[in-house]
Ligand binder design. Structure first.
Ligand code: BF8
Ligand code: SF4
Length: 649
């Protein structure tokens, strides 16, 4: 007997998605929500991580009756190898994104890409300084070129440790040295991971998992970090700004273009070109009131953070955006783009356009992005979208009237300014608030949506409860967009939900209790914030001592596995709302939790229930506070100027 499809409200938690899933059923359009229903139960061997298809004597699977593969590999080896391959893929994704930006940055420095420029010279000086590059009396392009070359060597270095590691506190670095997980060149780490997981190479699960941590560090303190830094230099360091989120940002009377994926280079150009008078006139001639650019997933986060472009939705809303019938064009680049998009689009007038030769989908129009004429390329795309406006079927248009205001743009530099003012930007007030107990600790809530969890529900329940308990929340990726859709990325949220201590700090500083720090490569900004907390003093010497926890409540991608690993290897405990595919090996599970905690000071915890996660997080934060000797009752006095001065170091 056919199963009843799930009710939309059981699968998603926001009104816009519920309305649009109902529309998709009415329009007889398949989406991830209907496909998840027909997938039914996931493969047991895959879930446990005990399926090995690394050589062609297999695939082998581990069961009580066959505890070894044909070659003799046991569950520990197979699970650890599969895990390392996931980390390598996640690291590769972030880092290749970083590489494309670095190569462009180099061309910009050489004056070969006139449509791009160094937007944020201050960021260039700051970052070049971080790497010990001389800036005094030098031309901007000269500094940029040296920095670009240094970044390129971070990918290609063979025996030298990554220079980016020097941005971590010294004690954290010495932990990495002690356990031999300091990565060399990013590319080498990924290649070596693939070598070591080839049939007949590395079989010791502990050695394989150490390599997973090492490779992940080449992501968080390497490729992803570089992507973030180069984006800041070329497109600007984010500063707080207002915008809005959810499908309701689409405009009924305008040409709607959605950018989706991860790389900011093309979307930045589109965001600039959309205001070009030529484009506005072109749209008006086509009978539209204008051109409306909106984003999905991390491309959305990139242009939200820097330009305030509205967010149409997070990961599981990508098909729903098309189902509104109001999108003329969806421009995609790399990562988290569902291959189903052209099929969904075939039911409407939407044109899906792929733009890079490393990411093509059958059914999508492929229009290679011309970097040399980037602005013209962007204008051409916009005009093409306008031309498609006439094909929109008004009968099929249904834009949910659901959107929420938000504030985003909290780079580490912006947080520093907010806390200390322009005159003396500093993390001191935050450290003081943590030491005094007004803020219990800092929690990074990151990652995706996953069809296995009612969309956004874990993320939002956890966030709400933590701010009630005086925890400052740092967010990125689709998790940040979940808060945005719930209307929680606003300063008013402090009054509505925050505990007394956190509220006091938010009011004094004028900041929201949930800080949106960007896309998934910007998870390194969270670690950078923790490094600033350490440098400011009073909260330990290593990242592992800071009362901080990372959570990936609804994660789904290999990138999230890499992110989790570099948080843990940096000494930060990580709570996973979705389990890894490692349950087939108790040894691997133990190594990732207790083993990692012993080595790095942070380990993994799998907790399926958000309220249980809250309890665990509070316990971890309080343990850290206890160890620092600051776990006394919150003192209610705000520091006066004299106190502040006496704390200055
Ligand atoms: O890099 S949070 S679904 S969009 S993987 Fe993807 Fe996950 Fe969203 Fe951004 Ni990150
Ligand atoms: Fe089977 Fe070993 Fe080949 Fe894996 S590597 S498929 S366990 S024989």
């Amino acid at each position: 007997m056919a199963r009843e499809p799930k009710k939309p409200e059981e699968m998603v938690s926001d009104a816009a998605s519920i309305e649009t899933i109902i529309k998709s059923r009415h329009d007889c359009v398949d989406t991830c929500f209907s496909r998840a229903d027909s997938q039914s139960v996931c493969c047991k061997f895959g879930t446990q991580g005990v399926c090995c298809r690394i050589c062609h004597m297999g695939p082998c699977k581990i069961t009580p009756r066959s505890p070894l593969g044909v070659c003799g590999a046991d569950a520990d080896t197979i699970v650890a190898r599969n895990f390392l391959r996931e980390v390598a893929a996640g690291t590769a994704a972030h880092s290749d994104h970083g590489r494309h930006l670095v190569l462009r940055f180099k061309k910009v420095a050489e004056g070969k890409e006139p449509d791009y420029k160094i937007t944020d010279e201050k960021a260039l000086y700051r970052i070049a300084g971080d790497y010990g590059i001389e800036t005094e009396g030098r031309e901007v392009n000269d500094i940029a070129l040296e920095l670009a070359e240094l970044f390129i060597s971070e990918f290609s270095s063979q025996e030298e440790d990554l220079k980016t590691l020097n941005l971590a506190p010294e004690q954290t670095r010495s932990v990495w040295k002690k356990h031999k997980v300091e990565p060399q060149g990013i590319d080498r780490m990924v290649v070596e991971s693939m070598h070591r997981t080839h049939m007949g190479v590395d079989h010791d699960y502990r050695n394989l998992l150490d390599m997973a941590f090492k490779t992940s560090l080449a992501d968080g303190w390497g490729g992803a970090r570089i992507a973030s830094q180069v984006s800041d230099i070329m497109f600007g360091t984010p500063e707080p700004l207002r915008s809005s989120a959810n499908l309701g940002v689409l405009e009924e009377k305008q040409v709607n273009i959605i950018v989706h994926g991860h790389e900011p280079a093309l979307s930045e150009m589109l965001a600039a070109a959309v205001h070009d008078p030529e484009i506005i006139k072109y749209a008006e001639r086509a009978g539209a009131e204008g051109v409306n650019l909106a984003g999905l997933c991390c491309t959305a986060n990139e242009i939200l953070m820097r330009r305030g472009v509205p967010v149409a939705g997070n990961f599981l809303q990508q098909e729903l955006a098309i189902v509104t019938g109001a999108v003329e064009m969806m421009v995609v680049d790399v990562q988290c783009v569902m291959p189903s998009l052209p099929n969904v689009a075939a039911n409407y007038h939407t044109e899906v356009v792929s733009t890079t030769d490393i990411a093509k989908t059958i059914g999508a129009t492929h229009l290679e992005f011309d970097e040399k004429h980037a602005y013209d390329s962007a204008k051409k795309l916009l005009k093409r979208a306008v031309d498609n406006f006439k094909n929109r079927d008004p009968e099929k248009v249904q834009i949910p009237k659901v959107k929420k205001p938000l504030v985003a743009g909290f780079s580490v530099e912006a947080i520093k300014h907010m806390l200390g003012g322009t005159f003396r930007p500093s993390f001191r007030p935050l450290n003081d608030a943590i030491i005094s107990g007004r803020i219990t600790g800092v929690v990074g809530i990151v990652g995706c949506n996953n069809i296995k969890t009612r969309t956004d529900s874990y993320i939002n329940a956890l966030t709400k409860e933590l701010i009630k308990r005086n925890v400052l929340i740092l967010k990125t990726g689709c998790a940040a967009q979940a808060s945005a859709k719930a209307g929680m990325l606003t300063p008013e949220t402090a009054h509505e939900y925050a505990g007394a201590g956190l509220l006091e700090v938010c009011e004094t500083v004028g900041m929201p209790p949930i800080l949106h720090m960007g896309s998934c490569v910007d998870n390194c900004r969270i670690l950078d914030a923790a490094a600033h907390i350490v440098a400011e003093g009073g909260l330990g010497e290593a990242l592992s001592q800071v009362p901080a926890v990372g959570v990936a409540p609804e994660w789904m991608s290999e990138k999230a596995v890499a992110i989790g690993c570099y948080f843990v290897a940096s000494g930060v405990d990580v709570i996973l709302g979705q389990p890894f595919h490692t349950s087939g090996s108790e040894n691997v599970m133990k190594y990732l939790s207790e083993g990692a905690a012993e080595k790095f000071g942070g380990g993994f915890y799998e907790i399926a229930d958000p309220m249980e996660a809250v309890e665990k997080i509070m316990e971890l934060l309080n343990n850290a506070r206890e160890a620092l000797g600051i776990n006394k009752k919150a003192e209610r006095k705000l520091l006066d100027m004299k106190d502040r001065r006496s704390l200055d170091v």
